[in-house]
Ligand binder design. Structure first.
Ligand code: 3NM
Length: 212
């Protein structure tokens, strides 16, 4: 694997995703998670109680400042304009969001672009533009209303077999005990919302992932 891809893959080991709909205290939750070993963070502000406009931007900036102080990449879900405005480290998009080629053209070669894929065809379409792909849902999830069919680690294995150097994160319903198998089947890391954001003890939950 080339060095920059290797570095990116290592940075994806424990990828925490969170927004205001996922916890009452986003800033406190994210700071604790950063202290306890999160290696990448995505601000995903989606759902009924999501912030918009100035409030969303203020929250993004506060989270970005936190991530910077822990030297952890700060990625924004879907909102390319916000990512550009605040100079985020990258953008993550799903299949229903703006097309990967278009986002890459906007953000340039130096920012990270992550794409969620749910089939081999989607993976094949993403690889020309994406720095990494998120593959899921590995297990059932309550955090994404329109999540597709659960595919376990089958698709991760297939994508890894076809694209040896592509950084991959597994996503969807992942708990610490799942991590060894997901890695063994080809993912570089795991992306997690509820197992950290909804944990009664965020520090302990994050450490359980981080020590794997
Ligand atoms: N994307 P949790 S599953 C944001 O399959 C997201 O692409 C998915 O949250 C996909 O860790 C998912 O709480 C939700 O299950 C992940």
């Amino acid at each position: 694997m080339n060095p920059s891809r290797r570095a990116l893959a290592e940075q994806l080991q424990l990828y925490f995703i969170c927004g205001t709909p996922n916890t009452k205290d986003v800033l406190g939750t994210v700071e604790t998670a950063l202290q306890c070993g999160v290696t990448c963070f995505q601000f995903r502000e989606k759902g009924k109680e999501a912030l918009y406009g100035d409030k969303k931007e203020a929250m993004a900036r506060a989270l970005q400042t936190l991530c910077r102080s822990y030297d952890v990449p700060f990625i924004i879900n879907d909102d390319v304009a916000l990512a550009e405005r605040i100079d985020a480290d990258g953008v993550h998009i799903g299949q229903d969001d703006t097309e990967a080629a278009h986002v890459r053209a906007r953000i340039g070669p130096d920012k990270w672009l992550g794409v969620s894929v749910h089939t081999l065809e989607e993976a094949a379409a993403a690889i020309d533009h994406a720095d990494y792909v998120g593959i899921g849902p590995v297990y059932p999830t309550k955090s994404k209303e329109d999540a597709g069919a659960v595919n376990g680690t089958t698709l991760i294995r297939q994508v890894r077999d076809m694209y040896r150097e592509l950084p991959i994160v597994g996503i969807g319903g992942i708990l610490p005990e799942h991590v060894p198998m997901i890695r063994q089947d080809g993912a570089d890391g795991v992306a997690v919302i509820s197992a950290i954001a909804s944990a009664p003890d965020v520090a302990m939950a994050t450490r359980r992932f981080a020590c794997l």
